[in-house]
Design a protein around this ligand. Sequence first.
Ligand code: NAD
Length: 273
Amino acid sequence: MSPTSPRIAIVGVAGRMGRTLVAAVEQDAQARLAAGIVEPGSSLAGADVGELAGLGKLGVAASDSLEAVVDNFDVLIDFTAPQVTLANLAFCAEHGKRIVIGTTGLSGDELAQLDDYKAQVPMVFAPNMSVGVNLTLKLLQTAAKALGDEGYDIEVIEAHHRHKVDAPSGTALKMGEVVAESLGRTLKEHGVFAREGQCGPRSDNEIGFATVRAGDIVGEHTVMFATEGERIEITHKASSRMTFAKGAVRAARWVAERSPGRYDMQDVLDIKG
Ligand code: NAD
């Protein structure tokens, strides 16, 4: 690790992603683990973040206050919950910090609030930080352009573990958006998020979503393009949270060098356009 590597703080460090992020920062020779933040009043405050992550002592004590560690870090990585993330973004704006946001389930209004800070804060926001998923988004653009207006029905199917609180997943929505944008459609108009009872036949241009919640599934997404005679399915399966954590640490290194703006993983990976 170099002394010029960005100093990283992980908020939600006791969570599923938080603990994986500790391991990912530790594995990255160009990032330094500087702080870990737990919920205010948490009994885990003071615990070594390495021990929380099952890695043994790393010499970084979890804090239950971002304010208390403000001088220790350059980039905050936040995988928590929408309202917590928005408060942390405001904190970063106030204190000249950078942020990588992995939290999903933000409402349309909450997503718009991210933009209120883009002139002040260099931020990467991506509902899925995996390199493979972001490449899949590129493949979906190509497939949608070639097939979408030629009588292919488009459906997005996703599966996650039983603890996930939002549905459809942020990644499923992003996949649907990418497909819709490529075809001049919008999810607001063409997205169908539930079918039950006598709902009638599907319309040509709708983009349907189906959700599975079960067991310990890390994250699986399929976009189906189906017509008479054939079906194309583009699928991504995550087998470990490490894929998201590594992507987030890569984003943190990248955003450490950027001027204010709202970026996504396609910017980080330089696969836009
Ligand atoms: P989790 O419930 O295991 O962890 C969330 C953690 O945030 C908890 O430990 C909680 O105590 C902590 N937290 C809540 N409020 C806090 C506060 N004010 N200060 C500090 N910590 C606080 O959830 P998870 O499975 O780790 O997922 C977290 C989020 O990340 C979800 O929105 C999930 O959908 C998202 N996620 C995104 C990606 C991606 O690639 N972008 C991948 C996986 C999960």
